[in-house]
Design a protein around this ligand. Structure first.
Ligand code: C2E
Ligand code: MG
Ligand code: MG
Length: 652
């Protein structure tokens, strides 16, 4: 005991220094909430100041000088004031822990009472400074307790008790580690207050407050770290793993099991946009959450589900349970609240699966490969599910190789137009042609079905279109020079070009630069206009027509807004798609007949493409379609072969 009393001042100095440093740290470090940061700053600096006030009080206690007279009184005032200030700051910290999103909206009454008690403690000390009711000094300037000292003691003890009760009462809002630490902290000053009765010469109560402040800082930091770690790996909406959490969980499975026994599934909720529109975005969030939690409920202990954001989930499922899992995925029942009613909707999804076969697979690849499969299922195969098969991988590889080769192929002129004749079936004469791009390399002719989808992924398709147009214009110029009579040649322009604000002008410039009259060139644009508003297409068509270049609508009848398109835009030519010519039923025949009639009625010419049989020619002729393009006459021809057709002109 004596040693303690002797080293009291040193202990106070050390505690003051530590609390000062921690106060500075609290100022620098970012916390979850500003209020939490400032309550911690207050606690730490308050504790440091309390230690310093205690030191001053000890030092000048009994100092009869004039300076000592004021110093000991000032120190004592701060000493008692800071005890209450500490309780206030601590109180603020507890309020921060138990209020906020998903917790209490308002601080509980008990803690408000605690704040009031501390404030009244401060008032009592202020009064005591002048009246000496709590503490006083004798003629030698030595500290003495006043008659109401017990009141101050009671206020302090009651504040701690109120805090303790509230921490216990609202424990569910406080993480377990911080809760137990808090309880220990609050019991510590209470115990030391009792001990103080027996250890009159030792500042045990103040020291325990400083220790509490130090522990509180450590626990707050650890708690914040835990929360950050958890939120870094948890999805806020569903409480499932996020991508990082999923990868960490996969790593754990890899350590404990053979990862080759598992498949991964990338799941994309279907029609999410429609759900949001129909039920509102709050219900949309609820659908995502319920969907995830329902799937999670199907999984075994060693299986994992994570949400990658939006409506995308990723699952690691044991191969033995995969079939059952996929069956469940077909239609996941999800409950939502519409008004007062609870409605169950069946949520389907598009998914991609990947069968893990490599024991040492990089965890990121289990997500990437399943995502690739889902992308293929959705955008290429238009199916709700596929596994990433060897065949699919080969196709992707092939398309990647093409992708890599395209820029140099464009530069080296490996693309060229083939010409597919259009025939006037009334006169059985060549009346036009469509330029169709072919890619010739290594003595191979690659069809557009392979390279167009790849080129449409970026803007290289636009470069191709202009390249083909230029080649066609040069060919036409050459034919005119040779004295041949070239017909109008139509050139395809991808709808990706619609993003170009000077598209019509640039097309016209190519024609003018090649010195050929505009009548030799027609532009074909496909009907689908999903990427750009109709007004863009309308602007381009009208501008081209203004330059004297005809525009045809390609693949007419395959889009979803064909009639609307005709209402808005006047095309020179309507090119009826092959699907419409096949005419397998009376209804389809009627439709074809009416489409041809509509074209005539709105002063558009009409041409049928993809005609393969003679009886189709007769039918189209009967319905009033006089121009035909199809294998029945010619396939797309090389330039030299097409020149022969131009010379011959007639079809038998
Ligand atoms: P499209 O513009 O609708 O061209 C008609 C397609 O139908 C051509 O396929 C043609 O060879 C084919 N075809 C013509 N008659 C028949 C027939 O009787 N039976 C069958 N089964 N098919 C027939 P191709 O040349 O493979 O071109 C496919 C598509 O690629 C074109 O469809 C067009 O959308 C696109 N394409 C071709 N060249 C270009 C180009 O230079 N630029 C752009 N943007 N797209 C192009
Ligand atoms: Mg075309
Ligand atoms: Mg077409």
């Amino acid at each position: 005991m004596e040693i303690l009393v002797q080293s009291q001042n040193d202990i106070l100095k050390i505690l003051a220094a530590v609390c000062l440093v921690l106060g500075c740290f609290s100022l620098i470090i970012r916390y979850r909430a500003h209020s939490m940061k400032y309550s911690l700053v207050g606690v730490e600096f308050g504790a440091a100041a309390l230690m310093i006030a205690d030191l001053f009080a000890q030092y000048y206690n009994g100092d009869g000088s004039r300076f000592g007279f004021y110093a000991v009184r000032t120190a004592c005032f701060f000493y008692y004031f800071l005890i209450n200030f500490e309780i206030l700051a601590f109180n603020r910290y507890i309020i921060c822990l138990i209020t906020g999103r998903g917790k209490l909206k308002e601080p509980p009454k008990g803690l408000k009472v605690c704040s009031l008690l501390s404030l009244s403690g401060i008032a009592l000390i202020a009064v005591s400074q002048f009246t000496g009711v709590c503490y006083t000094f004798d003629s030698s300037n030595v500290y003495r307790r006043g008659s109401l000292f017990f009141l101050f003691f009671l206020i302090t003890a009651a504040s701690f008790v109120f805090q303790l009760i509230n921490v216990v009462r609202f424990r569910k809002y406080i993480s377990s580690s911080i809760r137990s630490a808090l309880i220990v902290f609050m019991i510590l000053p209470v115990i030391s207050a009792v001990l103080r009765v027996f250890m009159r010469d030792f500042s045990i109560l103040n020291m325990s407050i400083a220790l509490t402040a130090i522990f509180q800082y450590i626990v707050a930091l650890v708690d914040q770290n835990n929360i950050l770690m958890k939120s870094a790996s948890t999805d806020a909406l569903t409480g499932l793993h996020n991508q990082y959490g999923f990868l960490a969980a996969v790593d754990r499975v890899k350590e404990q099991h053979d990862i080759r026994n598992y498949n991964t599934y990338y799941i994309d909720i279907a029609r999410m946009g429609q759900f949001n529109k129909r039920y509102g975005s709050d219900n949309g969030d609820l659908i995502i959450k319920e969907f995830g939690l329902n799937i999670a409920a199907q999984l075994e202990k060693d299986e994992i589900l994570g949400r990658l954001g939006g409506n995308f989930f990723i699952a690691l499922v044991n191969k033995d349970n995969s079939e059952q899992f996929l069956n469940y995925l077909r239609e996941v029942p999800v409950k939502i609240k519409i008004g007062d009613e609870i409605e169950t909707i069946n949520v389907s999804s598009v998914a991609g699966g990947y069968e893990i076969s490599d024991k040492h697979i990089v965890s990121e690849h289990v997500i990437g490969n399943a995502a690739l499969a889902a992308n293929i299922a959705k955008n290429v195969m238009k199916k709700p599910f596929t596994y990433l098969t060897q065949e699919i991988l080969e196709k992707i590889n092939e398309s990647r190789q093409l992708e890599e080769r395209i820029p140099s192929a464009l530069k080296d002129g490996e693309f060229l137009p083939y010409y597919q004749p259009k025939v006037d079936v009334d006169r059985m004469e060549l009346c036009g042609a469509e330029a169709l791009a072919r890619w010739e390399y290594d003595n191979l002719v690659v069809s557009p079905a392979k390279f167009i989808p790849v080129m449409e992924k970026d803007d290289s398709i636009c470069r191709l279109d202009f390249y083909i147009l230029d080649r066609v214009c040069k060919d036409v110029a050459g034919w005119i020079e040779q004295g041949l009579e070239p017909p109008c040649i139509s050139v395809n322009f991808s709808r990706r070009n619609l993003g170009n604000p000077v598209l019509a002008e640039e097309i016209h410039n190519v024609v003018v630069d090649n010195n050929i009259p505009e009548k030799y060139i027609q532009v074909e644009i496909t009907e689908t206009i999903d990427e750009y508003p109709l007004s863009y297409l309308k602007g381009v068509v009208e501008a081209l027509q203004g330059y004297g270049i005809n525009v045809a609508i390609d693949d007419f009848g395959t889009g979803s807004s064909s009639i609307n398109l005709l209402r808005e835009i006047s095309f020179d030519v309507l090119k009826i798609d092959r699907q419409f010519i096949e005419c397998r039923s009376e209804k389809e025949r009627k439709l074809l007949e009416h489409i041809i009639n509509i074209a005539h009625d709105i002063d558009s010419r009409v041409i049928a493409e993809g005609v393969e049989q003679m009886d189709q020619i007769k039918m189209l002729k009967d319905y009033g379609c006089g121009q035909i393009q199809g294998y029945v006459f010619d396939k797309p021809l090389k330039k030299s072969e097409f020149e022969e057709r131009m010379k011959r002109k007639k079809y038998g």
